[in-house]
Design a protein around this ligand. Structure first.
Ligand SMILES: [Zn+2]
Length: 244
């Protein structure tokens, strides 16, 4: 699944289209409901930004197109007029480049406002206190590893950075919020922001727990464990030795 940092990279690659009056097409029949092409074609694209795992394309007239890629969606950017094979959901064509969004699955046109999302973990600087406050307003029996994936509380953290941030902060994904102090919670959020910002800026860092089940922890040598967590049962990875 594309995580927040990958979406920020896409947002950067789409910047050449910003400020242009773009041609908008929706070649895939599944994307043709909602009149997106009809409404947006020829409008000026004012901004492209990643908010959590959503890409928001703001057009003149207060129109916002929200793209969420879920598991299989992706964006490609090609020179204007480059050969097109297949049927992307969306084509945005500017004077120099065209962007194509493949495999949907979420493409929504909003005329005002967007769904409520938590503060973006990649904001500079990240609003750690607001994220922590949102997390504290919810059910404190919830596990910390589950809460930080909730995009209404913190936008942008995906499964990989969840695992890596919890390892950095030495906090188990299974620890209930009620038993997670404010310092520990802040440490987890700080680690996620730092690691993801580093990744966005091109830093190389090897994974410490993510997809390393059975391998020895680089901090304490205990074998890395994994188990499904939360409503979506996404796999959590952690070190039972040093993440209490
Ligand atoms: Zn360990």
């Amino acid at each position: 699944m594309p995580e927040g940092d990958a979406l920020h990279r896409v947002a950067r690659r789409l910047q050449p289209l910003v400020g242009e009056h773009v041609e908008v097409e929706t070649p895939n029949p599944r994307a043709q409901i909602g009149g997106i092409a009809e409404t947006l074609d020829g409008r000026r694209l004012e901004a492209v930004e990643a908010v959590g795992k959503n890409l928001l394309l703001r057009f003149e007239g207060g129109l916002v197109l929200r793209s969420h890629l879920r598991m299989n969606g992706r964006w490609t950017v090609a020179p204007r007029g480059a050969e097109l094979r297949g049927r992307p959901w969306l084509v945005l064509r500017g004077s120099r480049v065209e962007a194509r969004q493949w495999n949907g699955p979420v493409l929504e046109l909003h005329t005002r406002g967007i769904p409520r999302l938590g503060p973006d973990i990649l904001e500079r600087p990240p609003r750690i206190e607001e994220m922590a406050a949102r997390i504290r307003r919810g059910d404190q029996r919830r596990a910390v590893g589950d809460a930080i994936l909730d995009q209404r509380l913190v936008a942008g953290i995906g499964n990989k950075w969840k695992a890596e941030a919890l390892w950095e902060a030495e906090v188990s994904p299974w620890r209930p919020l009620a038993e997670t102090g404010d310092d520990a919670l802040r440490a987890v959020l700080d680690a996620a922001a730092r690691l993801m910002r580093g990744s966005l800026d091109g830093a190389r860092r090897r994974n410490r727990v993510y997809r390393l089940v059975g391998r020895p922890c680089s901090r304490c040598g205990t074998a890395i464990a994994s188990r499904g967590q939360g409503d979506d049962n996404r796999i959590a990875y952690w070190c039972p030795g040093c993440q209490r």
